[in-house]
Design a protein around this ligand. Structure first.
Ligand SMILES: NC(=O)c1ccc[n+]([C@@H]2O[C@H](COP(=O)([O-])OP(=O)(O)OC[C@H]3O[C@@H](n4cnc5c(N)ncnc54)[C@H](OP(=O)(O)O)[C@@H]3O)[C@@H](O)[C@H]2O)c1
Length: 166
């Protein structure tokens, strides 16, 4: 889908798994591992460009297979350069972490959030997804799970699209 509201020739989408207070991670790790969500993430991003911050890349430990991995570092290309140089892609995915979500949410067309309703780790959380303003984002798809095959808490896949006021 070509984006309607910007000159970008592709849809810019953020993908994240978040807790009830938009919690993202702790100690450079994810908070939960939900196999259904990993499959969902893979299905969305396979064959596409994925953009991530250097810390998220270090936490993954290696490039995501089958995807064009772009890792942002202040010693490399700027975010603006990366976004303007994407070619021949219908949809590009920002996959974290907090710093990169914060800098791209106002540019994004779509959000794919997995909302998890599970206890948070005892040690606390140190990174959060930016606020999702309901005046700017409308829910267009939702799939609720009472629990996963190996995950005992409820979670939902929710897709949001930016509301374009004309
Ligand atoms: N729940 C989820 O879905 C999800 C997804 C991804 C990550 N996470 C979690 O998020 C945490 C990591 O997030 P984070 O905020 O600490 O780090 P991050 O966003 O992954 O990476 C930050 C780094 O990106 C680079 N950077 C930031 N802004 C840039 C810009 N404008 N241009 C170029 N490079 C730029 C800098 O690298 P240099 O320092 O090299 O300059 C910066 O230190 C981890 O806990 C991870 O598990 C959660």
């Amino acid at each position: 889908m070509k984006d309607q509201g910007t000159n970008r020739p592709y849809t810019l989408s953020l993908v994240a798994v978040v807790g009830p207070g938009l919690e993202l991670g702790a100690n450079n790790q994810l908070l939960w591992h939900i196999s259904e969500d990993l499959r969902h993430f893979k299905a969305l991003t396979m064959g596409r460009t994925v953009i991530m911050g250097r810390k998220t890349y270090e936490s993954l430990g290696k490039p995501l297979p089958g995807r064009n991995n772009v890792v942002l570092s202040r010693s490399g290309r700027s975010l603006e350069e990366v976004l303007s140089q994407v070619k021949d892609q219908a949809e590009v995915f920002v996959i974290g972490g907090a710093q990169i979500y914060r800098q791209t949410i106002d540019l994004a067309d779509k959000l794919y959030l997995t909302h998890v309703r599970a206890p948070l780790p005892d040690g606390g959380v140190d990174v959060f997804f930016p606020p999702v303003d309901p005046r700017q984002w409308k829910e267009v798809m939702r799939k609720d799970f009472p629990h996963g095959v190996k995950f005992p808490f409820p979670f939902s896949f929710v897709t949001y699209e930016r509301i374009r006021y004309r």
